[in-house]
Design a binder for this molecule. Structure first.
Ligand SMILES: [Zn+2]
Length: 654
């Protein structure tokens, strides 16, 4: 790299850095960084490498931290600069750093914290009263957002002791809130950008509905503790939310294992983390190691592996889904993403393609979210002469005329093969009715032999019919029929998610089933009653009501009843009265399904409620407890783990 190229890279990085820290962007994809974090980090690494042998230029991004300053807010100079952490992008480099520290400070212990993907804040208290809240800004100066910050959960107005203290931490928006707002039709791009945007609303009342949360991880001044662990304990005793992951340890392997484990486990949390932060525990060693102008030397961030790829779109195909939506899918050369090879990515719908201005030939950013097919997030580099993406006038599967409803293109033929196969395979899937041996291929065969047109037809199938199909032998036919028979008692929750009612996933479906008890109550309940379920907003409620008003739905429900599918909750068989008079609520990801736990509560005489109220006795919370967890904390309801619950059943815990 020559000097000109280096200067060009610095310019580029500075532009990206502004996008990152403000949540703003120059591309058409608003509130979305132009490049991924992983790509940004790679860019910085390149610049650093050059600077190892050359003097850094004045504008080098390595010489300053990014800025999130916004017009309209009073600027405040930080008493101590808000530095950003150095990063390690892989486990090996992190291991090297840990060993290097221990060679300087033998036996040094470290603490591990989440690297929360939110926005940094600095809080000042005098005699225990909140004085000032300032954003990170450019690290030197920040925006005074004190009034808005009062609406953030965890930013305490008054401390239990009259202390002078200055602390720092991160503001995040919970996934559950984000999903709820999206399902209510709000135009938000991701939690981080939404949190940054929310804090800058002109009217502090607007901040509240974003349900922001503040977690503290650092005391700037006002602590006499000698360790980071002690500081975290002090923060906790003052009432701040903190996250303690791994207590002081000098065991490097343990730290590295933990970082790797969290890379896969973080999806279960209710907020975004993009890595781990490793700090040296003893504060006297902080002084010893010191800090550069930009980064402290006693802490390190480990960033989780690359979750974005930037392929060039070779072609776009159209795929008909179970709801009839004809979805555009981008095809590209196979690439490794989150450990799996991918070569297609969803392009969502026409509006998004138009907004992003995507054509065939463009280099795009593809991310993986959850278990579903990867998605195109935005343009990385526009092609000079791209080819327009043309939506088909006829369904690529059945040839029927297509029609746009809003941004989505639909196949208008309810009995289109892809739709039918999609609906039935959704019904049969493991997380729904769990019917084994009936994959898409078998369903296609059944469809072509006129044996199935909707899910209820499965329950009419005979052994003779199955044996008439290519490739199905006696044993597999018997297994299929057994599995179909067994599915009849899968329970209402699975029926709701299996039918794809309002596109509810399995967890929410279980919750809905728990609330309504049987299909008839659900079918006739109306929007208002539906909205009482935590995660169901206006839009979802409308979808569900619409679904049940369809003649075809009513017909399917009637047939399901006729064939003996259980459309009420699984009946609990009384085993004991040990939990009598106690009411429970269940949240988060547990080792078994929520409905299993709920059944066990009822079997032992307890009561189950789908939402937290002052009458709830216990909240059983798994990983990522979300809004129920914070509500329980607020109401002072006893929070127990799945393990505690099991102990309770055994009588080991009262
Ligand atoms: Zn079709």
């Amino acid at each position: 790299m020559n000097n000109d190229e280096y200067l060009e890279l610095c310019k580029k990085a500075n532009r990206y850095s502004e996008t990152y820290y403000t949540g703003k962007t120059y591309s058409t994809n608003k509130e979305q960084p132009e490049i991924s974090d992983a790509q940004f980090d790679a860019l910085i690494e390149k610049i650093k490498k050059y600077e190892k042998t050359h003097t850094p230029c004045k504008n080098s991004p390595t010489q300053k931290v990014g800025s999130d300053l916004t017009k309209g807010f009073k600027k405040v100079v930080h008493t101590h600069p808000m530095l950003s952490l150095s990063k390690k992008l892989n486990i090996k480099d992190l291991g090297d750093w840990l060993r290097e520290i221990q060679s300087k400070i033998p036996g040094a212990k470290f603490v591990l914290e989440y690297k929360m993907d939110g926005a940094g804040l600095d809080l000042t208290y005098k005699k225990g009263i909140l004085q000032k809240v300032v954003t990170r800004g450019d690290g030197i100066r920040g925006d005074d957002i004190t009034d808005n910050a009062r609406e953030i959960d965890g930013v305490l107005q008054k401390l239990p002791q009259k202390v002078d203290i200055q602390i720092r931490g991160e503001v995040i928006m919970p996934h559950s809130t984000f999903e709820k707002m999206i399902s209510n039709g709000e135009d938000l791009k991701n939690c981080r950008a939404s949190a940054i945007g929310a804090m800058r609303h002109k009217n502090s009342n607007d901040v509240k509905r974003f349900n922001l949360k503040f977690y503290s991880y650092y005391i700037v001044s006002g602590s006499n503790e000698e360790t980071q662990e002690g500081d975290i304990e002090l923060l906790q005793s003052l009432g701040f939310k903190t996250i303690r992951e791994l207590l002081p340890t000098s065991d490097i392997k343990k730290i590295l294992d933990y970082c790797e484990k969290m890379a896969s486990k973080r999806k279960a949390l209710d907020f975004d983390i993009d890595g781990m932060v490793i700090k040296i525990n003893k504060k006297k060693n902080w002084k010893k190691l010191g800090e550069s102008a930009v980064n402290p030397k006693w802490a390190m961030a480990y960033k989780f592996p690359n979750e974005v790829v930037t392929p060039i779109i070779k072609d776009v195909v159209f795929q008909v889904g179970r709801t009839g939506i004809i979805a555009p899918v981008a095809i590209y050369e196979p690439m490794l993403l989150c450990g799996t090879t991918v070569e297609r990515a969803s392009l969502h719908n026409k509006r998004i393609i138009d907004n992003l201005g995507i054509s065939i030939g463009d280099q795009v950013e593809v991310i993986k979210s959850g278990e579903i097919i990867p998605q195109v997030r935005g343009i990385f580099k526009k092609a000079k002469r791209g080819k327009e993406i043309v939506f088909p006038k006829e369904c690529p599967c059945c040839g029927e005329k297509t029609k746009f409803v809003g941004a989505y293109l639909y196949c208008t033929n309810r009995f289109c093969e892809d739709q039918v196969v999609g609906r039935i395979s959704h019904w049969c899937s493991k997380s729904n009715m769990d019917i084994k041996g009936v994959g898409e291929e078998t369903i296609s065969l059944l469809y072509r032999h006129d044996l199935v047109k909707d899910v209820t037809d499965l329950y009419k199938l005979t052994k003779k019919q199955l044996l008439s199909l290519d490739g199905i032998q006696k044993t597999s036919a018997e297994n299929i029929l057994n599995s179909i028979e067994k599915s009849k008692s899968a329970g209402l929750g699975r029926v709701i998610s299996g039918l794809g009612i309002g596109n509810l996933g399995s967890t929410i479906s279980e919750e809905v089933a728990g609330k309504f008890g049987d299909i008839d109550s659900l079918m006739n309940c109306g929007e208002e009653k539906l909205k009482e379920v935590d995660i169901i907003g206006e839009k979802r409620a409308m979808q569900i009501v619409k679904f049940f008003n369809r003649k075809s739905t009513r017909k399917i429900i009637e047939s399901l009843k006729k064939y003996g599918i259980i459309l009420g909750e699984r009946k609990a068989i009384k085993k004991s009265n040990d939990l009598k008079g106690k009411s429970f609520c269940v949240t988060g990801t547990l080792s078994v399904s929520r409905s299993d736990i709920q059944t066990r509560i009822k079997e032992n005489g307890g009561m189950v409620s789908s939402s937290i109220s002052s009458k709830t006795n216990y909240l059983i919370s798994g990983v990522g407890g979300g809004s129920k967890l914070s509500k329980a904390e607020k109401l002072g309801i006893k929070i127990i783990s799945e393990n505690d619950f099991n102990k309770m059943l055994k009588g080991e815990l009262k």
